[in-house]
Design a protein around this ligand. Structure first.
Ligand code: SAM
Ligand code: SF4
Length: 443
């Protein structure tokens, strides 16, 4: 018998037959949360070429704390769905050592540009690739380099991404010594058939369970799970078990990610041959799965702070995901270190060279390895503030009410927005489509 969670979700989505969906959101299906979630990174390839001299470092106030993103580019294998660029190999000691020399050089160049002996840092985010592909002693060495150039206070956010198959007790000890206070784990699914199909370790459940036990043993306060929906072989029943298992393990937060098929990801060729009807059905399936996790999580202790992000009240130290390029005010600055890393200085968003050779060549010449970038217009920054206010704790900007009068009228009449102009439960189902209405550039 079909579970009530699935039945309710199906009912919810069936209220929106294809012609109505097309009328509301346009003729073509869009599977998009991940694109909205990673904006402006998601349109970075369209940015023009720039260099460090195009970036106004001198306008950064001396007392402004930094956000720092460090890219660790390697992964053991390429997961079938993955849309992120990575180097597929276990790096040897020499390769890691060489990369660290470049990271250190980048930090040195930034400290000089900012005229600081140590960079006061509010957030450090070590992402990938797979940062935990590094050994415990390599992680300790990386943390020592960071500590040499960055100063933190006790409130600093120190975040690292990890995959459950690469986490060990020694690495967690290294996290603890450095003061990592949030670990974001790529769980994706617990189902063995799905895991096999996407090339992930089949004993994910026991690995995640061990990882979470160790992280708690060392009192790492925040643990986030990334759980994906719309993966190959992932039926409604399998996804429901994924939600149940994830919530039973009680992470501080869960990010649900719609599988997005982008150029460069293993599924791209298949999806480009997909008929419009098949793509539409895939979109509907993801909508049903979205309704499932929304219903399930909202009847548990988790609170939604963004359309796809749920957090336990006790862990709401900061209510949104802290991926640094989501600095919604675009007011501060983020230094991006490493191959293909992203940064921004106020509203100027930039990306480092994405190939090792170009990255290394720039640094060998003592030049910051910045490749592409663009200044977001006042309208871009304003639209980003507006779309983020739909779900987070900030207020819908007053000036946006005039600009978006017609859209607001439509969204409130359709019961997608409430009187406070926050997304309703039905609105959250179409969170990304609504964001596009307000800000078509995300596409
Ligand atoms: C940069 S990855 C790092 C995680 C880590 N390497 C791992 O695999 O466990 C961050 C997250 O992006 C998500 N992701 C990757 N490809 C995606 C795609 N095509 N669509 C949606 N989410 C995706 C996955 O959930 C993954 O955990
Ligand atoms: S999901 Fe993680 S481990 Fe898999 S290819 Fe992407 S970054 Fe690497």
């Amino acid at each position: 018998m079909t579970s009530p969670v699935i039945q309710n979700a199906l009912k919810k989505v069936e209220r929106f037959p294809a012609p109505l969906l097309s009328m509301l959101f346009g003729a073509k299906p869009k599977i998009t949360m991940e694109k909205a979630h990673t904006f402006p990174a998601s349109i970075m390839h369209t940015f023009p070429k720039i260099t460090a001299s195009d970036i106004a470092f001198k306008h950064i106030p001396k007392n402004q704390p930094a956000h720092i993103y460090i890219q660790i580019p390697w992964c053991k294998i390429r997961c079938l769905y993955c849309r992120y660029p990575s180097i597929i190999k276990k790096p040897n000691k020499v390769e890691v050592q060489k990369y660290f020399i470049y990271l250190e050089k980048e930090l040195m160049l930034y400290a000089a540009k900012l005229e600081r002996t140590k960079i006061f840092t509010e957030t450090i985010y070590i992402g990938g690739g797979t940062p935990t592909i590094l050994s415990a002693s390599e992680l300790t060495r990386l943390f020592a380099i960071i500590t040499k150039y960055c100063a933190f206070d006790s409130q600093a956010f120190k975040i690292i991404e990890c995959s459950p198959s690469t986490i060990t007790e020694k690495k967690i000890q290294a996290f603890k010594n450095f003061g990592i206070n949030r670990v974001s784990m790529g769980v994706q699914s617990f189902n063995r058939t799905v895991l096999k199909r996407i090339f992930r370790s089949k004993d994910n459940y026991s690995r995640v369970k061990t990882a979470i036990r160790l992280l708690r043993k060392y009192e790492i306060p925040e643990i986030n799970f990334d759980v994906m929906l719309g993966l190959p072989e992932q039926t409604y029943e399998i996804f429901l078990r994924d939600i149940e298992t994830a919530t039973r393990l009680c992470p501080s937060s869960i990010s649900f990610l719609d599988m997005e098929v982008w150029q460069g990801c293993g599924l791209y060729i298949l999806s480009s041959k997909e008929s419009v009807d098949d793509a539409f059905n895939r979109w509907k399936m993801q909508l049903v799965m979205t309704a499932m996790y929304q219903d399930y999580l909202e009847s548990s202790n988790y609170i939604p702070t963004r359309p796809h992000y749920y957090v336990l009240p006790a862990d709401m130290r900061h209510p949104s995901t802290r991926v640094p390029y989501l600095d919604s005010r675009m007011a501060g600055f983020q230094i991006g270190l490493g191959i293909g890393a992203l940064g921004h200085i106020g509203t100027t968003v930039y990306r480092n060279f994405a190939t090792p050779t170009a990255y290394e060549t720039a640094l060998a010449q003592n030049v910051l390895p910045i490749d592409k970038g663009m200044r977001l217009s006042a309208h871009d920054a304003h639209a980003m503030r507006t779309i983020r206010s739909l779900c987070d704790e900030t207020r819908f900007p007053e000036e946006s009410k005039k600009q978006y009068t017609k859209i607001i009228h439509f969204l409130t009449r359709a019961h997608f927005l409430d009187e406070q102009l926050k997304l309703t439960a039905t609105g959250r189902l179409f969170g990304s489509e609504i964001m596009y209405m307000l800000y078509p550039k995300i596409k």
